[in-house]
Design a protein around this ligand. Structure first.
Ligand code: NCD
Length: 353
């Protein structure tokens, strides 16, 4: 375990150890107050964040460590035109671990290639968000014991919702999971994620309203529309308010269903749902902090080996995704053939014309 680009980077054993440590911290947090004393976390947030940023900072402080970094790229050298590579090389010589959120897809993978300390992906565009998946899994495991044989509904922006993508990758490990993908047409899962579900024989069905499938579900994972990822504001406006969970609708759900949400919520969950014992999203946020404590503690103890860069590969290809980190950081080595997946963001590679 070196860098955490996606939670699936952990083996089953590593995840099981991490979950056990998280549980121990939840049960006895005071026992860990000095566990990272003297360690420094570099926290680089190139995109707005409340939960993840505060959660990581609090996690490090509760372990007795300290935090450096920025939460507004405007106040960093990125605003002066510094490359990601230079920022990471520099910060990794100050800090013992780096947590980074960046709007470009594949940015965490790119950063990991130039870092001399572990890099944790705190969200790379609409691509992945592994520590949210850790948060989600800790919640399901603490409250229900397992995710096996569960019927899990994912509702909302499945296109740009990186938390959904990382969660689906991870759920592949649990037997008998059935997925219900609930989204308006324009917000359905990207092709590479649909391919992932098919390649891994993960049963799924698609629905365009939560009412259709609600009585079936053991977990309902709600997400907001990722407004900031829309190139066209009118496209967003067309979809705004197109789905909403209310206390009235919840009456048809199982008595022990869990309602999860990575937060922030906009209007997709009505306020009247908050008092329902099935609504566990605030508890989920708290579990996330403990999961991050366990992750930071684990990484701080591991011997670290620099990952090394991939060889500079064939010329004549580019990533088809205009939000890919390779489009703005042109020094990044890109290998592969046309039609294969981009090593940074998973989109297909295409001919460079
Ligand atoms: C999520 C994210 O940033 O992707 N938030 C979070 O980390 N808690 C979900 C979101 O912003 O909608």
């Amino acid at each position: 375990m070196r860098h955490i680009i996606d939670l699936s980077d952990l083996t089953e054993q590593e995840f099981s150890d991490l979950y056990k440590l998280t549980s121990n911290i939840i049960d006895r947090p005071e026992g860990y107050a000095d566990a990272c004393r003297g360690k420094v976390l570099g926290s680089l947030f190139y995109e707005p964040s409340t939960r993840t940023n505060l959660s990581f900072s609090t996690a490090m402080m509760r372990l007795g460590g300290s935090v450096i970094g920025f939460s507004d790229p405007g106040s960093s050298s990125a605003a002066k035109g510094e490359t990601l590579k230079d920022t990471i090389s520099m910060v990794s010589s100050y800090a013992d671990m780096i947590v980074m959120r960046n709007p470009r897809e594949g940015a965490a993978k790119a950063a990991s290639m130039y870092s001399s300390v572990p890099v944790i992906n705190a969200g790379d565009g609409g691509h992945l968000h592994p520590t949210q998946t850790l948060t989600d899994m800790v919640t399901i495991l603490r409250l229900r014991g397992t995710a096996e044989n569960m019927k899990i509904g994912l509702c909302g922006d499945l296109k740009y919702g990186r938390t959904v993508h990382s969660l689906l990758h991870f759920l592949e490990r649990y037997r008998g999971v059935q997925l219900y993908l609930i989204a308006p047409d324009a917000l359905g899962l990207p092709d590479y994620m649909l391919r992932f579900l098919k390649e891994h024989n993960m049963p799924f069905c698609q629905a365009d309203s939560v009412e259709q499938v609600l009585p079936e579900l053991d977990v309902l994972y709600m997400t907001r529309i990722q407004r900031e990822r829309f190139a066209d504001a009118q496209e967003y406006e067309k979809l705004e308010g197109s789905y909403r969970l209310t206390a009235d609708k919840l009456r048809r759900a199982k008595k022990d269903m869990l309602v999860l949400h990575p937060l922030p919520r906009v209007d997709e969950i009505a306020q009247d749902v908050d008092d329902d014992p099935r609504a566990v999203y605030f508890k989920q946020a708290r579990y996330g902090m403990f999961g991050r404590m366990a992750l930071l503690l684990t990484l701080s103890k591991l011997p670290f080996e620099r990952a090394g860069r991939q060889a500079i590969g064939a010329h004549g290809i580019k990533c088809a995704n205009h939000k890919c980190i390779t489009r703005t950081e042109p020094y990044l080595p890109l290998t592969g053939r046309v039609g294969e997946r981009c090593p940074y963001c998973d989109a297909p590679l295409e001919l460079l014309l």
